[in-house]
Design a protein. Structure first.
Ligand code: HEC
Ligand code: HEC
Length: 302
């Protein structure tokens, strides 16, 4: 359904490839370069809501809604985002920033085997997973669980698919899977020091994220809660220490990304993931086909 709808939209109006950000910084291919700082914090190279042609068809308007869902999740999809996490809090610049879990041209890699679930995943399956875990949409409070056919999931899939229109890449885009700590720099989880991580947090992170981790307003922007009831749950990718370290290493601190050492990124991730967060109720269904990874600390703590 989605791919047909998007094909119709693309025929009418492919997004125009930009070469610089609105602030004049040269793009890295279709993406905001990883090394830029606050100058590009609000930039979106491809924004469907400013593409007048899209507003003319239901399919195009669905792409636009997908963008709004992605950048303002708790207000646009209340029942699937009971906390305060927005997709773009982790997938920066609406999924269009290098080394910040970019989603440009990622639609075409699905279906793909998912290790945690031990089965083949479509793009919609993957989006549902980020809702269930990163957005903590576990159906509490009488809410429904997100499904691959939920209209919110379809709209976001339409946006993510649209993002790849006209972008020439290998089947697996080279900017995918770059939010990692190199194997040679990985510190065993038990040797990481959350107290060191707390000291780094106090020095480098607290001004924007707050002592309580809940985020401080910066103009009209605010980071999502790093822990607590409104944050991602303990079944999320970001609840894994190395996954979170790989996000932090390349995106934070916002004004100086890449300035933490690999070890500092891991210590601060160990600190953040030593904190309480909502419980994902279906953890026992994960990793059925293999061993629980060492950095899946909330699974090991049970
Ligand atoms: C707390 C951080 C966080 C939030 C919030 C979040 N995600 Fe993710 N997302 C991740 C991580 C971590 C991955 C795994 C990246 C990897 O495997 O390299 C991921 C992966 C994905 C992927 C697959 C990307 C790929 O290359 O395979 C998609 C699609 C996605 N997220 C969509 C969403 C959507 C849609 C939302 C909002 C409903 C969202 N995410 C919210 C952290 C987050
Ligand atoms: C100058 C302000 C600033 C500093 C300093 C900063 N951050 Fe952030 N951080 C942000 C903003 C703003 C976002 C949300 C980005 C967005 O929505 O585009 C964010 C997002 C994040 C996220 C994604 C998940 C979420 O809950 O939003 C993580 C994880 C994170 N920061 C960790 C850190 C860590 C660890 C440090 C210190 C090493 C740090 N940040 C320092 C401003 C900052």
């Amino acid at each position: 359904m989605v791919s047909l709808a998007v094909a119709a939209v693309a025929g009418a109006c492919s997004p125009r490839p930009a070469t610089t950000t609105s602030s004049g910084v040269p793009l890295a291919g279709p993406l905001i370069p990883a090394a830029t700082t606050i100058v590009t914090a609000w930039d979106v190279p491809r924004n469907p809501t400013t593409d007048a042609a899209l507003a003319k068809s239901p399919e195009g308007r669905n792409v636009q809604w997908g963008f709004r869902l992605f950048t303002n999740t708790p207000s646009e999809a209340k029942q699937f985002a009971p906390g305060r996490m927005t997709c773009a809090h982790c997938h920066l610049n609406a999924g269009q920033r290098e080394r910040a879990l970019p989603l440009v041209a990622v639609a075409s890699v699905f279906p793909e085997q998912n290790v945690r679930a031990g089965r083949l995943y479509t793009l919609n399956d993957r989006i549902v997973d980020c809702f269930l875990r990163s957005e903590n949409a576990t159906g509490a409070g009488g809410n429904h669980l997100p499904q691959t056919t939920s209209k919110e999931v379809e709209a976001i899939a339409a946006y993510v698919t649209w993002l790849g229109r006209g972008v020439k890449t290998e089947n697996n885009p080279p900017w995918r899977g770059q939010n990692t700590i190199p194997a040679s720099a990985v510190v065993p989880v038990d040797a990481l020091d959350p107290r060191k991580g707390e000291a780094i947090y106090t020095e480098r992170c607290v001004s924007c994220h707050g002592a309580d981790g809940q985020g401080v307003a910066l103009g009209n922007k605010k980071a999502g809660p790093l822990w607590g009831a409104d944050s991602w749950n303990d079944g999320a990718g970001a609840a894994r220490v190395y996954t979170l370290a790989g996000i932090i290493k390349h995106t934070m601190p916002f004004l100086d990304p890449g300035s933490l050492t690999d070890e500092e990124a891991q210590d601060v991730a160990a600190f953040i993931n030593s904190k309480p967060r909502p419980s994902y109720p279906l953890k026992d269904r994960d990793y059925r086909n293999g061993r629980i990874p060492a950095d899946a600390v909330y699974y090991r703590r049970r």
